[in-house]
Structures are given as C-alpha cells and as structure tokens.
Design a protein around this ligand. Structure first.
Ligand code: SAH
Ligand code: DHB
Ligand code: MG
Length: 220
C-alpha cells in the first residue's frame, strides 16, 4: 500500500520545517486527557498563524473558539511578550484546560480566556482597544455574527481569519440541516455585502483532511 497521503506529507513538512518544541505536543496530550476533541489547527497552520501575527506586528489578537489553547499558543507567541490574546470559549472544561496549557507553555500571562457564548461576550467588548487580528474557529453557524462583531473590534488594516470554510467541499451544496456547512458558506457570501472587507481564501489539505481558511482584510 502507498504511504503517500496528505497527512504523511504534512508530517514530513512538520518534521522538516518546524523547530522541535515540546509545548504543542504537550497541549495535545493534555487535551486528550481532558476529553477534548482533536479538532485543533494543525501544527503547520499554527506556525502560519504565528508568522502572520509577527509579520503584521500584531500586538492584540482575538480568538473565537479556544478549545485547549493549541491555536492560542501560536497567536500568543506571534504577538510577543508585550502582546495580548483574548480568546473566547463556551465550554468550561476547555477553558480550564486551555488556561493550564498556556500557563505551562509560559504564555499564560499574555492570554485572557473569557468563558461564555462568544456572541454575548463580543457584545460586551466594544470598549476594548482594537485588535490587529482575529481568528474565528468556533461554532460555524455563528460565523457571520462573529465577522460582523470583528468589523467593529478589529482595526482598519487588520485581518480576520475564518477556519473551516471548505469542509471537504460540502460548501458547494450545503446538506440541508447542516448549520455548520451553511455557516461556512454564508461567511464567504457576506463579503459581497461588506465593502470594508477585501477577501481571499485558501483550500488546505493535510492532517485535517480537505478544508480551507478565509482571510478578510479590514479596509477603510
Ligand atoms: N481554535 C482551537 C479549536 C477550536 S474548536 C484550536 O485550533 O486549537 C471550537 C471551539 O469553539 C470548541 O472548544 C467549542 O467549545 C467552542 N465553541 C463552540 N460554540 C461556541 C460559542 N457559541 N461560543 C464560544 N465558543 C464556542
Ligand atoms: C471541527 C471543527 C474545527 O474547528 C475544525 O478545525 C475541524 C473540525 C468539527 O467541529 O468537527
Ligand atoms: Mg477549526
């Protein structure tokens, strides 16, 4: 049988490109022990988020959907020691696991995890200093609400990233009753009615199968 697969190539890329680092692996292990689903971004995607933050000079990142803090670790590294990440999570077990994971990884002091339904939390955040970057990766059905909130919370020239916008191609014809796929498609369509967003998206394959990330630049 052939060993050639998207996942095998991802492993080669991880082994070849990423610096050896115990913290991401430790987080995934703790997440499994805490019973959290293994739906974190991949290590390569995490490195990409970190790189984007650093290249933008981002000091403040907003995340919607913390899970065990795997993606949060990369955002926290990307914003640097003087930076701040605010991450929103509805599940108290996930939030507690993430807080512990991020403290263990040495970035706990620059991350604030706010528990509760993110739409409600975002409503209370209007007084916050603007964010440079937002990463949306929670319940897909609420994607449009999250992007709308981010339009008021992310600075002009900032970036909104939305995970899981391809869903193995299901967005072509969202199955009826599948609110997640409908939300993945809807967030792409809302760009047309939002003149402040300049958008693109990249399909991805790898350890997470076939999916994609959307990138919305906030202009004006
Ligand atoms: N960004 C994480 C993965 C997030 S998984 C990573 O890559 O490591 C999606 C998370 O969104 C789950 O932890 C889930 O509990 C959370 N979530 C789902 N609905 C939510 C809501 N309404 N408000 C806030 N968080 C929510
Ligand atoms: C799922 C959620 C995600 O955010 C992801 O990246 C992959 C899968 C899920 O709910 O199955
Ligand atoms: Mg995701």
């Amino acid at each position: 049988m052939s060993n050639i697969s998207y996942a095998a190539v991802d492993r080669l890329l991880e082994d070849t490109l990423l610096t050896s680092d115990p913290h991401p692996d430790r987080i995934l292990r703790h997440n499994a022990e805490a019973g959290l689903p293994a739906i974190d971004v991949s290590p390569l995607q995490g490195a990409f988020l970190e790189m984007l933050c650093r290249l933008m000079g981002a000091r403040r990142a907003l995340e919607v959907g913390t899970l065990g803090g795997f993606s949060t670790l990369f955002l926290a590294r990307g914003v640097g020691e003087a930076g701040r990440v605010v991450s929103l999570e509805i599940d108290s077990n996930a939030a507690a696991t993430a807080r512990k994971n991020l403290a263990d990884a040495g970035v706990g002091d620059r991350v604030e995890i706010i528990e509760g339904p993110a739409v409600e939390t975002l409503k209370r955040m209007s007084g916050e200093p603007a964010f440079d970057l937002a990463f949306i990766d929670a319940d897909k059905a609420s994607n449009c609400d999250y992007v709308r909130a981010c339009l008021t919370l992310v600075r002009s020239g900032g970036l909104i990233i939305v995970d899981n916008v391809v869903r193995a191609g299901l967005i072509l014809d969202p199955p009826s009753g599948d609110a997640s796929t409908a939300g993945a498609r809807a967030v792409l369509e809302m760009v047309r009615s939002e003149p402040r967003l300049r958008a693109t998206a990249l399909q991805t394959v790898g350890v997470k199968g076939w999916d994609g990330l959307a990138f919305f630049e906030v202009t004006g």
